[in-house]
Design a protein around this ligand. Sequence first.
Ligand SMILES: Cc1ncc(COP(=O)(O)O)c(C=O)c1O
Length: 502
Amino acid sequence: MNDHRADMEETTLRGEELFRRVAGDFIGLDTTYPVASGQTTRRIYLDSTASTLMMGAAHRAITAFLEHYANTHSLLHNSAWLATRAYAWAHERILRFVHADPEQYTCFFTGSGTTAGVNRMARVFRDLQPERDTVLVSIMEHHSNDLPHRKHLGRVIHLPVAIHKDGMGCVDTKALEKLLEREQKRVNYVAITGVSNVTGIINPIGEIARLAHKHGALVLVDAAQMVAHIPVQVSGHTDAAKDVDALIFSGHKTYVPGSPGVVIARKEHLSQLEPEEVGGGMVERVFTERYTVSPKFPDREEAGTPNIPGAIGLAVAIEVLDRIGMDFLVEEENRIINYALDGLKSIPEVEVYGSTDTIACPRAASISFNVEGVHHSLVAAVLNDYHNIAVRNECFCAHPYVIEMIPDQAAEYIAMSDEDLAASGLPKPGMVRASFGLYSTRADADALVKAIKDIILNKDTYLPLYQLAETDHEFRHVTFSLDPASYSIPNLVDNALEIGEQ
Ligand SMILES: Cc1ncc(COP(=O)(O)O)c(C=O)c1O
């Protein structure tokens, strides 16, 4: 914030040049861990779908802002004025990024991710149209865009996906239209993910919104995996029926861990109801027997003190993404996804899930797969322990979708009661997921492909080195693990206090 010359230089950078600078400037790109062979190597982070790494520029902006930190909702001392202005800018910046008309839409922050926002909007839509008790979701959904609708609305119908010759594709819009016709009077809204957190398959949000609106239903988009990866357009479509009613995403998946969840929603809907959450900051006048809710957005939707530094950091990251250009970022990501897909598909023992025809069925961020004859948990463990590659495994909080893609592996699991499953000690069905962010490189994809080949070649050597842990039924190395003393919390505190360094 003090270095104006650096700021000016930054504003002249755009596109590829800025991309190169930003891509190499994330916290955690140089993190090292010891591996089972005894060496210490650089971690390769392929778990961005769960949470991305922290963008250096956003982190520095948060640190600079903290010099001026004060609570918002006051303009009278300098820091409160600065904080209030910066926090207002964060809302406005995000609305602009997702192309949401600020006259019609508000942006508010809630919770620590998408889950809080989906729960919130499910209750809003329920109360807005109480006569409509049904939600259509797709089979692709993360539990966070499925269970809130089951709990708050009651009746949820799962839409199938289209089947391509090489695997499952995006939501089947013909099936959606049939269901909308059949359930016409009961469908309150359609809740759909923009991008699957399992296969990375992208849904045709505009078309889904058009169909839903044609049949009198609202549309909620789970954009948790969209905002950092593909351009988003909430409103302003030539066909206004394609504009969505609510769009929700997570700051921690958009390059700013520690930032809040974001809801973009039509003010028209929200203003008809008392806000879901009440407390300070959202009221005009309070007496012992009554209170009046503020008509102002987003204030009325943000009871209590918000995560001000997190929201500002997120808006900074979004400003950076916009300066690079989402069209540029999409192309970059397509290149790396296709490169990684080609590498994985070249291994006969690897099965990649979902259609891999990325022209007919575009993808972003995630690739999930299994290796024939090697359990997904063992693959993930060996990738970590021997190759220092961080991936995720199992069902990624999208059980119905994953189970549908691996019916053979899942049959026994589905048939068992919860008690029998717990007693059986059987590992859970699932997949391995490698996921990418703007800092991911071809070298990361190469390392993954090389490591998978090593696992296939040496599976009989690796297997005896592992056993299934009783606690979580995952494979754990018999002798190797990180030394807990080196990563203890007291050490973290001591280092933060710079104790022992005087
Ligand atoms: C598609 C999708 N929706 C919702 C969520 C839940 O997000 P959060 O954990 O940030 O609430 C996730 C998290 O992985 C996701 O990938």
